[in-house]
Design a protein around this ligand. Structure first.
Ligand SMILES: [Zn+2]
Length: 184
């Protein structure tokens, strides 16, 4: 094998290993993001459908969450919404402009805007990446987050911000497929 051919062969092998590693880490990060989003946002069906019994109030009477500000992990604290003992407290802005807090279980009772969901997803992804020692989100996700920020700053409308978010999601999926083909 010529030196050039050896170099090319080494390059192919290392590229493949790096691609596989990145792909595996990205898949892990996505799984963590999905778990976190489900934990924070999924409304249990029995709560949503059971407005009549047990003093449970349907989501329809709650103000709509338009932006998540932070999630704090404070064991032994009480829910700002109902006073029950809680650990993870979410702080968020609702559509009448108030900033409210609620523990995770109670936050699930509130309806949520699509932009708020996407921002929470991207910020969760960002913090997962940081935990893994990566410097930043990929270019597409960074653009999507910037579009959401400019929506909140009043410089972009919701529809165009969400279009960029959808484009980033589609590009991420296409990128992973391409990677899978290369590493096979
Ligand atoms: Zn509560």
């Amino acid at each position: 094998m010529s030196p050039a051919a050896r170099r090319a062969s080494w390059h192919r092998a290392s590229c493949t290993a790096a691609a596989e590693r990145r792909q595996r880490l990205a898949a892990e990060a996505e799984a963590a993001i999905i778990a976190a989003a489900e934990r924070d946002l999924a409304v249990p069906a029995r709560v949503r459908g059971d407005a009549s019994g047990g003093g449970v109030v349907s989501g329809a009477s709650f103000p709509r969450i338009v932006r998540f500000l932070e999630t704090t992990d404070s064991p032994g604290s009480s829910c700002p919404h109902c006073g029950a003992d809680g650990r993870f407290i979410l702080t968020f802005v609702v559509d009448d402009g108030r900033t409210l807090g609620a523990m995770r279980g109670c936050a699930k009772l509130f309806p949520v805007s699509q932009v708020a969901v996407e921002e929470l997803r991207l910020r969760t992804k960002q913090s997962e990446y940081r935990k893994r020692g990566w410097t930043s989100l990929g270019r597409r996700d960074a653009e999507a987050l910037a579009a959401i920020e400019s929506f909140y700053a009043g410089a972009r409308d919701e529809r165009s911000a969400l279009a960029i978010v959808r484009g980033a999601k589609a590009a991420n999926i296409a990128g992973r497929r391409r990677c899978a083909v290369v590493s096979r």
